[in-house]
Design a protein around this ligand. Structure first.
Ligand code: NAP
Length: 342
């Protein structure tokens, strides 16, 4: 059976990636593309790489209709939109994968502190990180696809947090992203003449992905964790490199830590543990998260580096991985591209 899928926010950067990956997916047909300002335009007018591949027209969303026409609906829209439309889509019978933050938080007060008022807080969602929640994702009607920085940070830290080998009070996540992380709408900070030969920290102590990282690390640890998270903007288009600094409770060798990581992720199709520290161009264009470690013996510090493509494992690829799990398909279907290098 071929499943029917629709993309709301088809004109954006994650919408573009969803289309690019879904058009060659063997288990689904795209039945709807939706947008706001782009409504009325052909998908290939907005995304010229899709000329001759998809001539679907983008429409204004009617969520009652969208919920009835599709098996899975991707919400690739800014925060605040899915919370309004998801109840109607679910009522129509479709399942929802939301790429925004609307359903990522367990605690309403944390969501509202960082994103504002929620209008459908009662809906049950599963945090869509397959490496931690695969069984729940299989049964979910609503999956909250993780943020891009949290995907890299959580995957780099999960095995050591679970193993109880580190000081949980001192975790530092220093992460860098390419400019496509900010979406398709131009802004001063991502405008090429200013971003193209620049490098800066932003929202250094207040970024919205901080509480999301804390939520998931706390669940892994079984106690409240507050990591110190600071993001930076790299003068590249795609990719995230996250460097986590943690302090070991006892002396450990790099090989011992690598063994813990290899065991933890031994069945994972999209996490690769490396002997050398990963670089962004090891993963760009792919759904992989690569993780490596170095030990600073003098300070008992482990440095955990993870890289992802923010638009793929950090967004559209992970959403398709979740869709594959929800539909009972091969988890890697549509996601086998090893990426590009150089
Ligand atoms: N970029 C990333 O690396 C990344 C990674 C992880 C998660 N995310 C999250 O994924 C979501 C999408 O991000 P993005 O980077 O793709 O953003 P984007 O490039 O700004 O695209 C967002 C799209 O949403 C559409 N939209 C806005 N209001 C709408 C409405 N009322 N009805 C229907 N469509 C509407 C817009 O369509 P029109 O152009 O037609 O107005 C736009 O194309 C965001 O929540 C973001 O935080 C992004």
């Amino acid at each position: 059976m071929v499943a029917k899928v629709s993309v709301v926010g088809a004109a954006g950067y994650t919408g573009s990636e969803l289309f690019r990956l879904l058009v060659t997916h063997r288990g689904v047909n795209i039945v709807g593309a939706y947008g706001s300002k782009s409504a009325g335009k052909c998908i290939s007018e907005i995304h010229p790489n899709l000329l001759g591949i998809s001539d679907m027209r983008i429409e204004e969303p009617n969520y009652d209709k969208i919920g009835k026409e599709a098996d899975i609906v991707f919400m690739a829209t800014p925060h605040g939109l899915a919370m309004k439309s998801t109840p109607g889509v679910l009522k129509g019978g479709a399942k929802v994968i939301d790429l925004s933050a609307d359903y990522r938080f367990d605690k309403l007060e944390i969501f509202e502190k960082y994103y504002g008022k929620h209008v459908s807080p009662g809906l049950k969602s599963v945090y869509g990180l397959p490496e931690l929640y695969r069984e729940k994702i299989k049964r979910a009607d609503l999956v909250a696809n993780p943020g891009c920085y949290p995907t890299a940070a959580i995957l780099s830290l999960a095995p050591l947090i679970k193993s109880k080998l580190i000081d949980l009070n001192h975790i530092i996540v220093d992460a860098k992203s390419g400019t496509s992380g900010a979406g398709a709408t131009p802004s001063e900070i991502t405008h090429h003449p200013l971003a193209g030969a620049n490098f800066l920290a932003y929202s250094a102590t207040t970024h919205r992905h901080g509480p999301e990282i804390d939520q998931e690390l706390s669940k892994l640890a079984g106690k409240e964790i507050k990591a110190s998270f600071t993001p930076h903007l790299l003068p590249i288009i795609r990719g995230i490199l996250s460097t986590a600094h943690v302090f070991l409770k006892k002396k450990m060798k790099k090989e011992e830590i690598l063994d813990i990581y290899k065991k933890f992720y031994r069945k994972e199709p999209f996490v690769r543990i490396r002997e050398v520290l990963p670089q962004i161009n090891f993963v760009v264009g792919s759904n992989y998260c690569d993780v490596g470690v170095e030990i600073d013996a003098d300070n008992n510090r482990a440095v955990l580096v993870a890289t992802i493509d923010n638009l793929i494992k950090g967004a559209a690829g992970q959403a398709i991985q979740n869709m594959n799990i929800m539909l009972g398909l091969d988890e890697a279907e549509g996601l086998r591209d090893p990426g590009m290098r150089p």
